[in-house]
Design a protein. Sequence first.
Length: 329
Amino acid sequence: MTLTKAQPQTRRHKVLSVLTVLNIILLCVLILAETFIGERRWYTALLTYFPQQLFVLPTLLLLLWTIFGKAWRTAGWNVLTLCVAAVTLLGVNIPLALPRAEGVHFRMMTYNIDRAIMGPQKIWDVVDRRQPDIVCLQEVDNPAFWQKLPPNWNHVADAEVALFSRFPIVSYARHPVRNSHRVLLSAVIDIHGKRVTIIDAHLSTAVRGESLSHHTGTLAAYLRQTTSIREQQIDALLRLAATSPYPVIIAGDFNTPPRGVLYRRMGRHFQDAFRVAGWGPGYSYPTRFPLMRIDYLFLDPRLHARSCWTPAEKASDHRPFFAEIDLGK
């Protein structure tokens, strides 16, 4: 009788072991494809930009199944797989070594305000509550927004991007991106005697975009085209940043997840402030049930992030992204 009971349990454990191994292999292939192929192929681009929670769900189900079936060794492998997937696919971040506070620091916010369709005052209420020193906004192309500006802010704007600063703005310039309706806005800001170049950016989305809203081709052709546009926008960003004699901060809505080839290109030149000093996944979109991190502050290596966070504000379809930034000594 004991043997009869043990045999089904042994078979179940073997099935769970095989499924766990297959799941680990598939996740490894997925992680490598998203990281090193990413936007180079339309199908891996689709995987890279897709909400990753769906890809982690089989691991979670296997973990529950192995616990229920008392397959403890296999459960341990699923726990380990879930931890790896949480970091690589879900983007859960744990700062390993926060930089020590030193020198002049300030608080910066980037926020896609969705044309302030919930009301301009709600955007400024967020600013009043969170007290940033520098604000980069995207999708400000709503005339009503400009009727609600608070006093004591220096600001510059062009098209649908705007930059506000409590510090003096020394100079600014607009930079159209070739083959794109987007504009990059750069400004030199004097922060207690130290100058920093801020670039406000809004990259085209991989899902839809004003310049591609009437696209009627295949999904593959559409993804190739949107990827090409974002590549040109990244090229323009990096070229513009290279011309600055001052430390550079690039802020904005990149419509790009923290993985893939385009993200890695930015990471070769700039620090992702959240990777340095943020805790958890840092998801910023959509507001009510955030699944993705697509809003960023990229910092010049001469600058340091003390802390980063995405508060649960509901004035837009994005959450704002904040960072405390050190200028160094």
